[in-house]
Design a protein around this ligand. Structure first.
Ligand code: HEC
Length: 145
């Protein structure tokens, strides 16, 4: 009887927890610093994409799989940049979306094994980084008066 009592309590409590104003999405916890996100996740992913393009595109299934992995990493990294605690004022979200968009485009090219479309994304990959850095890394891109 006791076990059943606890069980029914749990059943009653669960929906209450789910419907709080904050919701379960608020339970995430950023781990990486901004610099770690750049150095350990975003830069390696974009670098590998640019390298394989420079070598003429992925040449077998393993390389296409690596390309898709890097492309998805880049795309979802854009979302990581939008998390509370990381997001900043101004154009930040717009800039981070450039990563989501170019990563998604590269992923689609990877699914289609379309090396030409992939090669055409080089400048967009670069622009996704520079656009944000110009605004939010003033030590690297000093504002010219
Ligand atoms: C939405 C903004 C944003 C985007 C998009 C972005 N970055 Fe960054 N990046 C930053 C900020 C802010 C810093 C400064 C981090 C710090 O020093 O705390 C930074 C720093 C860096 C650093 C230096 C980290 C260090 O050691 O201090 C590298 C490398 C880097 N970014 C690579 C990239 C690459 C490659 C891309 C594109 C594929 C990219 N970033 C896209 C905002 C962005």
């Amino acid at each position: 009887m006791r076990t059943i009592g606890l069980l029914s309590m749990g059943v009653l409590l669960l929906p209450a927890g789910v419907t709080t104003a904050q919701g379960p999405a608020e339970s995430y916890q950023p781990v990486a610093t901004m610099a770690q996100l750049m150095v350990d996740i975003i830069h390696p992913a974009s670098n590998d994409i640019l390298l394989v393009i420079n070598r003429g595109g992925p040449k077998d299934d393993t390389e296409w799989a690596a390309l898709r992995r890097n492309a998805m990493t880049l795309a979802e990294s854009g979302n990581l940049l939008m998390m509370r605690g990381r997001v900043r004022e101004g154009d930040w979200i717009k800039d981070a979306k450039l990563l989501v968009d170019v990563g998604t485009a590269a992923y689609k090219a990877g699914q289609a094994k379309d090396a030409n479309t992939l090669a055409g994304l080089t400048e967009r990959v670069d622009a996704a980084c520079v656009t944000c850095h110009k605004q939010y890394r003033p030590n690297v891109h000093p504002r010219t008066p």
